[in-house]
Ligand binder design. Sequence first.
Ligand SMILES: Nc1ncnc2c1ncn2[C@@H]1O[C@H](COP(=O)(O)OP(=O)(O)O)[C@@H](O)[C@H]1O
Ligand SMILES: [Mg+2]
Length: 223
Amino acid sequence: MLELHAVSRSYHDGESELRVLDRVSLQLAAGESVALLGPSGCGKSTLLLIAAGLETPEQGTVTIDGQSLQALDEPSLARLRRRELGFVFQDFNLLPGLSVRDNLLFQRRLNGQPEQDPWLDELVSELELEALLGRSVELLSGGQQQRVAIARALAHRPRLVFADEPTGNLHDSLSHRVMRLLVRCVEEASSALLLVTHSAAMAAYTQRRLRLDEGLLQALPER
Ligand SMILES: Nc1ncnc2c1ncn2[C@@H]1O[C@H](COP(=O)(O)OP(=O)(O)O)[C@@H](O)[C@H]1O
Ligand SMILES: [Mg+2]
């Protein structure tokens, strides 16, 4: 479903060059969930953004469902992202000026999906968003925004979910509930999940664990 092949990416800061990803390759099949671990600043968010077509690699290719992202024009890439991908951003990236409900429905409306759906009701209930639906997102706390960000990423039933530290602002019991929800999405919809986390407890929910460090990706041993 997702394939990264020999992806490299550096950032430049004046004279110095920081090689964040050094020929990183990764495959994610339908029905598979993978956790990505590694020290702060090692490039986990960069890898997720590149995999979702939100950043471009300097070298290498990203393929989703057999389609090379580099080969797509911007409207086609936008359509693919809107329909097939769900992204929980590390800093939430909610749509300011809109209510929680409008944030949740935004992609569904663009996709022509119905606004009433048992799946949406379930997300609202699981993430305890009932009382927040009419609120403006910029007035919410960090934990509340994170819950909206998770629901927003799943609302249109994406086939490929990227979640960047989605439980960082949540208390323990809600974090476990979010992980069960993400893993259930993957199993029921035969979608795929790439999760960034620094929590071994959250990573334990996924089928495979990878570690990124100094630009290189390595598989962590099976439990
Ligand atoms: N847009 C950018 N411009 C310059 N440097 C960046 C940019 N984005 C990330 N970096 C740097 O690249 C490295 C990896 O960042 P990031 O992917 O956010 O790491 P992680 O998510 O693992 O904490 C960090 O050193 C960060 O400062
Ligand atoms: Mg990050």
